[in-house]
Design a protein around this ligand. Structure first.
Ligand SMILES: C[S@@+](CC[C@H](N)C(=O)[O-])C[C@H]1O[C@@H](n2cnc3c(N)ncnc32)[C@H](O)[C@@H]1O
Length: 230
């Protein structure tokens, strides 16, 4: 990991410390100056220029679908300072906090798309990425609601097609049924000829997020999936 300096470093140490302990330090930050954060979010969104991102095939792009309050985005932005890290998230409170952390800590390689992923696909018809993260998507555990799950076979196929060669897709869930289904979709894609490798893990490849912490507190098993494009 690239060492951070000044404020950035203090913030990251703070993030790690609280992540390791009870997990969650945001409650006080979230309440603080929320209207100011919303104003800052507007400015952040106006200033960022993501419209031409996908015109340059050489650009290294990481996307996270549903980053929530952004811990993983910040981790990735720090680990890959030369890559553009895009958070695709419709949740306004989360967005306001991500923008606030980026402004306060002068994080320059995080960008936000403030809508659902389906809108992202519609807007950026030529999108691609090196890495895609989907951590703890809403599990919709009831059978009658399963159709609402974000990741299904068609969705995963779309991601595999848009993933650059030697790129990766990371998925995790503490809902075993969801995890097994996504793993199965990946294996079916592989059988049908997609050039991918599918691996499962128990440990996060990045950082413990809000929902990861929640799962740990509930003593739920968390499973990670990594799909590598060959
Ligand atoms: C359970 S939270 C997980 C947040 C974060 N990844 C974590 O690990 O703490 C699911 C997130 O996905 C977002 N989300 C739900 N549907 C989405 C969609 N269609 N496109 C993008 N994000 C979505 C929600 O707003 C929410 O922030």
């Amino acid at each position: 990991m690239v060492p951070l300096h000044g404020k950035k470093q203090i913030w990251l140490v703070y993030l790690r410390k609280h992540n390791e302990k009870e997990g969650f330090f945001w409650s006080t930050t979230i309440k603080k100056n929320f209207s100011l954060k919303k104003k800052n979010l507007k400015k952040f969104l106006k200033d960022q220029k993501i419209n031409n991102f996908f015109n340059n095939k050489k650009r290294k792009i990481i996307i996270e679908i549903g980053p929530g309050i952004g811990e993983n985005l910040f981790y990735l932005a720090d680990k890959y300072p030369k890559k553009k890290v895009i958070g695709i998230e419709p949740f306004k409170n989360g967005l306001a906090n991500i923008a606030d952390v980026c402004i306060t800590n002068k994080i320059k390689n995080v960008y936000l798309f403030p809508h659902v992923f389906q809108k992202f696909i519609d807007k950026f018809k030529n999108y691609f990425f090196d890495q895609c993260y989907i951590f703890f998507p809403d599990p919709w555990p009831k059978k009658k609601h399963m159709k609402r799950r974000l990741v299904n076979y068609i969705f995963l196929n779309e991601l595999v097609l848009r993933c650059s060669s030697k790129g990766s897709i990371f998925f995790c869930s503490d809902n075993l049924d969801y995890f097994e289904k996504v793993k199965n979709y990946a294996n079916v894609l592989k059988k049908k000829g997609s050039k991918i490798l599918v691996k499962s893990y128990k440990k996060t490849p990045t950082i413990v997020t809000k929902y990861h912490n929640r799962a740990l507190k509930l003593r739920n098993n968390v499973n990670f999936l990594k799909i590598d494009k060959i």
